[in-house]
Design a binder for this molecule. Structure first.
Ligand SMILES: NC(=O)c1ccc[n+]([C@@H]2O[C@H](COP(=O)([O-])OP(=O)(O)OC[C@H]3O[C@@H](n4cnc5c(N)ncnc54)[C@H](O)[C@@H]3O)[C@@H](O)[C@H]2O)c1
Length: 262
């Protein structure tokens, strides 16, 4: 639902070429924001289950179809130099940063024996260190704008499942959110985290039919989540309507975490 909550604000969304990040970027665009699409790729991922025929790059979609602007900046969130350059490019283009959404992520499926050391490092670099690097370089600008950080964690940040590196990284994002909120409260910079349940994106191609059926049982509502569901929550948390919310972890999971499993 389009509104006017972020007119002329500058919003960085990492991992915004595809899936949830694309949904978040689109919702901010509908609210009038200028959005930096910070991703390793420009073309959207083609999923096998979902987003099978999505082709328009997010930055093009934002520039053509929403009130604000969209700019693609090639970024690897696991590389601090790349993140620093992306933040600089954002400030050069739009003059500052109002909202940082740390969404980019990967999921390595496996257990302690099948996950390689290289996979562990890559997952932690992208899923956990990436959010830290983004905060590190964007915070000076967020202090100037009294802006907001929205991290994207996962229900796996609160429970086992998802593989050792993913569970560890998401648990880390959940708790880093609280620590950053403590650091930045005095500067009126709010930091919150959205923890999605099962959301229909290309990431789900790795999920087997059996695990999909279990996810269906774990989700209380009669459908899976969409990138727009997460986008709506991000737009809200970064808006004045959420002006007294910081350090919070918001489950947007269709009731996944409320389900006892029985
Ligand atoms: N889909 C779900 O059910 C679900 C559930 C809980 C949490 N999440 C989280 O939501 C976030 C987005 O997931 P998704 O489902 O949209 O995934 P996706 O695979 O559909 O899209 C992820 C995007 O991130 C980009 N990306 C990957 N590595 C990157 C890097 N190093 N630097 C910059 N960009 C990079 C990809 O190119 C892609 O465009 C992730 O953090 C994920 O852990 C997803």
């Amino acid at each position: 639902m389009a509104g006017e909550r972020h007119i002329d604000r500058t919003v960085i969304v990492t991992g915004a070429a595809s899936g949830i990040g694309r949904g978040i970027a689109t919702r901010f665009g509908e609210e009038g924001a200028n959005v930096v699409v910070a991703d390793v790729r420009r073309d959207p991922k083609q999923g096998e289950k979902y987003d099978t025929d999505v082709t328009t790059p997010t930055d093009e979609l934002l520039t053509d179809e929403t009130p604000g602007d969209g700019t693609y900046v090639e970024t690897d969130v696991g590389d601090p130099e790349s993140v620093e350059a992306m933040v600089e490019a954002t400030v050069d283009t739009y003059g500052g940063v109002d909202v940082l959404v740390c969404n980019a992520g990967i999921q390595i499926v496996g257990d302690s024996q099948s996950t390689t050391v290289e996979e562990w490092r890559r997952s932690i670099d992208i899923d956990l260190s990436g959010a830290f690097y983004c905060a590190k370089y964007a915070v000076p600008h967020l202090k100037e704008s009294e802006g907001q950080i929205v991290n994207i964690g996962s229900v796996r940040g609160f429970e086992g499942g998802g593989g050792p590196p993913y569970a560890a990284a998401k648990g880390g994002v959940v708790n880093m959110t609280r620590d950053l909120a403590m650091e930045l409260g005095e500067a009126n910079v709010r930091v919150n985290c959205i923890n999605p349940g099962y959301v229909e994106t290309p990431l789900q191609d790795i999920v087997t039919e059996e695990d999909m059926a279990k996810s269906r049982e774990q989700t209380l509502l009669p459908r899976f989540g969409t990138p727009e569901d997460i986008g709506d929550a991000a737009v809200f948390l970064a808006s004045d309507e959420a002006g007294f919310i910081t350090g919070a972890n918001l489950a947007v999971d269709g009731g996944w975490l409320a389900h006892s499993g029985l």
